[in-house]
Design a protein around this ligand. Structure first.
Ligand SMILES: Cc1cc2nc3c(=O)[nH]c(=O)nc-3n(C[C@H](O)[C@H](O)[C@H](O)COP(=O)(O)O)c2cc1C
Length: 190
């Protein structure tokens, strides 16, 4: 056992998903610290061109959550089976709450190259490793957020309407959106 190990375990134990934020903005310097932590993670192949873009504009954030919710509602209405529709709607209850978060990080990576998809099919993205690299980098960001006194929560649920989310977030067609991370100062419970 080392002091570093103890500190790491304490940090891992302290981190919990936060879904309720104070309205205060997160300053640029803090966002840079988060980006630095994100960039330090190991990446498959040395580099899979991970991106972590921060959305901080309140109106853009609300619009994103509202448009995502609308797209999800429309998607559900088109599900023919009552059972599948109701289960999907229930499944989606915790997807679009992020509209009031002060910051949303959109994490994306370069898609696996065409030759790999032709060669090994649906396992190409696992072999390419971009998505897993994005997950590792995101965990670095979550831990950094905790050390900086911020709360955070990963979201992949909104990607159920991935086409709309990628379009609203202006994700390049060469990239794929992996997850969103809602961030901000934790709301102090009264
Ligand atoms: C890949 C991933 C996707 C997640 N997606 C969502 C989501 O769409 N909505 C949500 O409210 N929480 C989401 N979460 C947060 C989990 O619900 C949370 O991490 C889990 O309940 C464990 O709680 P903890 O983070 O406090 O340890 C996600 C977490 C991960 C790792």
């Amino acid at each position: 056992m080392t002091e570093d190990y103890d500190r790491l375990i304490q940090l891992l134990e302290r981190r919990h998903s936060c879904r309720s934020f104070a309205p205060d903005p997160v300053d640029e310097k803090t966002l840079q610290y988060l980006s630095d932590a994100f960039a330090l993670a190991p990446q498959a192949g040395g580099k899979r061109e991970l991106r972590c873009r921060f959305i901080t504009d309140r109106d853009a954030m609300r619009n994103l959550a509202e448009r995502g919710q609308e797209a999800f509602n429309a998607y559900c209405q088109n599900i023919a089976s009552t059972f599948v529709r109701e289960e999907t709607m229930r499944y989606g209850e915790n997807f679009f709450w992020f509209g009031e978060a002060p910051v949303l990080a959109a994490v994306s990576c370069r898609k696996a190259p065409t030759f790999l998809e032709k060669s090994i099919g649906h396992k190409a993205s696992l072999n390419w490793g971009g998505e897993l690299s994005a997950a590792m980098a995101s965990f670095g960001l979550l831990l950094a957020a905790e050390t900086l006194g911020l709360g955070a929560c990963c979201l992949t649920g909104p990607l159920i309407v991935w086409h709309e989310m990628e379009s609203l977030l202006d994700i390049s067609r060469r990239d794929t959106l992996i997850l969103l991370i809602a961030l901000g100062h934790k709301r102090i419970q009264p």
